[in-house]
Write a protein that binds this ligand. Structure first.
Ligand code: HSE
Length: 304
């Protein structure tokens, strides 16, 4: 049997819409990622288990694992012997934590290994991007790349899948809060403008290039100053069940150095750069979410 784990990720990171993403792992030993196992079977079977299995579609054709299996066989023009694939769904669906990327990455790596690695990493990466694009309505690798390759990643040329590792700051701790409701990527992309002003394009380029430069030159305060999203967040905050500007203010008062929408939302992230503020930031988000009877809050670090 082959079993593969793929971690959750934050796409966009405040800056870098559709280009920057970071793989994360909870520090308390929880699994925040999907596991896929492949084993021999007389018939083709897909089994869904895990914390969020009940959020998965019942129809086989809509199941991401099935879509990956189908595309893998088509791509290689082969009829492979049947298998049982078990998806342990530990990342909530449509949460902004790269849920579909987790399932795609874990499934493709697992089936590729099971059948003797017919695809190399580059082919796998392209296939992962293609399937993510089909599911979300457009190809963007800000979840797939860190989920597959680890660390903080920037996608430079989407269609060639050119991707680079960006050094991150070892002291950064990400507190993520998932509000327990679904916001599909397709929907949260539909609220974005088709066109942006020249001023916004220039400002966005300045923030993104500033962030990348600061990360490479170990200038933490510059990196934090550049974590400003003018492309997605101003249009998406209305999709959240909480008032983002009020939360941001409270989180900053507790010591978070940056906060924003994780991926396409509705999860929110708060970045801490010193360990002693993490409990206060955690409590602030927990109070808010527990009060509203919502999802979960987790303290995470970079997943390499
Ligand atoms: N960059 C993507 C978005 C992430 O914000 O729509 C979601 O997959």
């Amino acid at each position: 049997m082959i079993r593969v784990y793929a971690p959750a990720s934050i796409g966009n990171i405040g800056v870098g819409f559709d280009t920057l993403g970071i793989a994360i792992t909870p520090i308390n030993g929880d699994l925040l990622g999907d596991c896929v196992s492949v084993e021999k079977s007389d018939n083709f079977i897909i089994k869904n288990i895990g914390l969020f299995y009940d959020q998965l579609p019942i129809e086989l054709e809509k199941n991401i694992v099935f879509q990956c299996w189908k595309r893998f066989c088509e791509y290689l023009c082969k009829k492979y012997p049947p298998v049982m694939i078990t998806l342990e769904k530990n990342v909530p669906v449509s949460s902004g934590l790269g849920s579909s990327a987790c399932s795609i990455v874990a499934t493709l790596i697992a089936i590729n290994h099971y059948y003797g690695c017919p695809l190399d990493n580059e082919q796998l990466f392209k296939l992962m991007g293609e399937i993510e694009g089909k599911i979300s309505g457009s190809i963007h690798l800000d979840n797939i790349a860190p989920c597959f390759l680890g660390g903080m990643r920037i996608s430079l040329v989407v269609y060639d899948n050119i991707n680079q590792l960006i050094p991150s700051f070892d002291n950064w701790i990400w507190v993520i809060a998932y509000p327990g409701i679904k916001v599909s990527t397709e929907m949260s992309r539909s609220v974005l403008p088709d066109k942006y002003s020249r001023k916004d394009c220039i400002t966005h380029s300045q923030y993104l290039s500033g962030f990348i430069h600061a990360s490479h030159t170990n200038q933490e305060s510059l990196a934090i100053k550049c974590m400003k999203d003018i492309i997605a967040e101003p249009y998406r905050d209305k999709l959240l069940p909480v008032n983002l500007s009020v939360i941001k203010k409270s989180l900053r008062e507790k010591g978070a150095v940056s906060c924003g929408i994780s991926g396409s939302g509705p999860t929110i992230f708060a970045l801490c750069n010193v360990a002693h503020v993490v409990n206060d930031v955690f409590d602030c988000l927990s109070d808010l979410y527990i009060k509203n009877n919502l999802g979960f809050v987790k303290v995470c670090v970079l997943s390499k």
